[in-house]
Write a protein that binds this ligand. Structure first.
Ligand code: GAP
Length: 489
């Protein structure tokens, strides 16, 4: 990261904390690594992002329905899905610092260093060696690579490494009283399996015809070996996943459609298209016949925000085998029974939050010849802004607060509104800019006589005088979901 991008990333983290978006979990006890809490504005923003996703999936598509499955699932689920045996990262410990690392990430950091030092050939060769070792699950080879390239522990500076071992990323716990032979259960590492095991329940009770989709938003848990970059890699996070069930042989058509649809969804939020790119997977998971990531250009480089996978019939077949229950669908159009193929779209809500934050945080220089000035603005799309409007009486007396409260009482039935009477009006505007509020409504003495107020627009900072009666429709015009959703159809 360059100094400039490093500073920008630090700004994001400190702004998110200062204005009540994201806090470190259990901060008073020095925090819990890779676990975060969303504050009063963060939870509003997160809820709005969920609503946007849910509406675009479930409300706009007649053939997609949503569910809310439990976090705990029968443990055999994870045997069938392959997570018990295969959801691993290769880890290595340094015996001097007692720090644990992901072996592949230590090597990737070395590749980056070779690139930065202009040793592109060496970087390419090392990348090839790493890919070969990972593809072959060759843990001994990973250790040899680390030793051969003189990779040292960033803390101790030594090469005193343990062997590389596989580390399963699932958290487990006990269900039931210990004395009765409690059962080991897992905290789900993805929400997708809750959809697969309910495939027939939903298909039958909802009379769904293929192609159809099941969407879900919920928490997932992964015991990441190392966690870094704020809410990018967390141990408790949230996913928004769609499993779209299709007739075998049509999956590539749907895969391409979802690939396009999902990028459009991101761009509708007003993001700069140059900040996004597709990244096709060179190495496919054993269950996939196509896979692509939508990546965003974070301050620390392009990284995955969302994955689109053509998962074949792998999961349903596995559940059929392990549960001994048929997972077939009868297709009346072709008069055939089959196990459907699945195209999955899976987005991390926390990563989406970070893209939206990074994309919206702007430092504007407003200096004129007379005076230096600047402001920090979160230019969220109005539909996802945590607070839609702030009502501000110009002074704390002369009946202005009462008038402002009257306006607020009406508006709050439709929108999340803040009331603020503290400090000079300019300072209050800046506070609202910093949390991304699209409108500030100022009530002054004239308002008591003519029932008009000044409305200030966040992005242009322009102000206009409008009738109090019109406020609701003016705000509604820009913050309504229609603005976002019409871009998708
Ligand atoms: N069901 C498919 C699946 O879980 P994945 O690529 O492992 O696929 C999907 O995860 C998305 O979940 C990622 O694109 C990312 O946005 C998010 N995600 C995965 N691990 C995460 C973590 N540790 N912290 C935050 N988000 C994570």
């Amino acid at each position: 990261m360059s100094k400039q991008t490093d500073d920008f990333f630090k700004n994001i983290v400190s702004h998110a904390k200062e204005y009540g978006f994201v806090f470190q979990s259990s901060e008073i006890y020095d925090g819990l690594s890779a676990v975060y809490d969303y504050g009063q504005l963060g939870s509003e923003l997160k809820n709005n992002l969920k609503t946007y996703w849910w509406k675009s999936m479930v409300q706009l598509n007649e053939n997609i329905v949503g569910i809310d499955a439990a976090i705990f699932m029968h443990p055999t689920t994870w045997k069938a899905s392959g997570h018990v045996d295969g959801f691993n990262d290769p880890m290595i410990d340094n015996k001097d610092s007692k720090k644990r690392y992901r072996a592949d990430q230590l090597i990737e950091d070395k590749i980056d260093r070779y690139e930065k030092d202009g040793k592109s050939d060496k970087a390419a060769q090392l990348q090839q060696d790493l890919d070969n070792a990972l593809n072959a699950d060759d843990l001994a080879r990973l250790k040899t690579i680390i030793e051969d390239h003189n990779i040292v522990c960033p803390i101790s500076g030594t090469k005193n490494w343990t062997d590389v071992r596989q580390f399963n990323l699932m958290f487990d716990t006990q269900m039931g009283a210990m004395a009765d032979g409690a059962e080991k259960v897992y905290l789900r590492p993805e929400t997708a399996q809750g959809i697969f095991v309910n495939f027939l329940n939903v298909q039958k009770t909802g009379r769904m015809k293929i192609p159809f989709g099941i969407a879900q938003i919920g928490k997932a848990f992964r015991n990441e070996v190392i966690a870094r970059q704020f809410i990018m890699r967390m141990r408790e996070f949230e996913q928004m996943e769609l499993q779209f069930f299709v007739r075998p042989g049509t999956e590539m058509e749907w895969y391409n459609k979802w690939k396009e649809t999902r990028l459009k969804w991101h761009l509708a939020l007003g993001s700069n298209p140059e900040k996004y790119r597709y990244h096709d997977h060179a190495k496919l998971a054993h269950y996939a016949n196509a896979a692509v990531d939508i990546e965003y250009d974070f301050p620390f480089g392009f990284k995955e925000v969302e994955g689109i996978h053509s998962r074949t019939d792998f999961d349903l077949k596995q559940h059929q085998e392990y549960s001994k229950k048929k997972m077939q669908y009868f297709d009346p159009e072709i008069n055939q029974n089959y196990i459907p193929y699945v195209v999955e779209t899976s987005i991390g809500l926390d990563r989406l939050f970070l893209t939206v934050f990074a994309n919206s945080l702007v430092h504007e220089d407003l200096s004129t010849e007379e005076k230096q000035d600047s402001r920090v603005v979160l230019k969220f799309h109005p539909a996802i802004a945590p607070v839609k409007a702030a009502v501000l009486p110009l002074t704390k007396k002369d009946g202005l607060p009462e008038k402002a409260r009257e306006i607020m009482a009406k508006l709050k039935l439709d929108y999340n509104i803040q009331y603020d009477e503290k400090d000079a009006i300019g300072k209050r505007y800046r506070r609202q800019d910093a949390i991304g509020t699209p409108y500030c409504i100022t009530v002054d003495h004239q308002s008591l006589e003519d029932n008009m107020v000044t409305i200030r627009h966040r992005d242009s900072m322009e102000q206009e005088r409008v009738a109090i009666d019109q406020l609701s429709s003016i705000i509604g015009e820009r913050v309504s979901w229609t603005n976002l959703l019409t871009q998708l159809i």
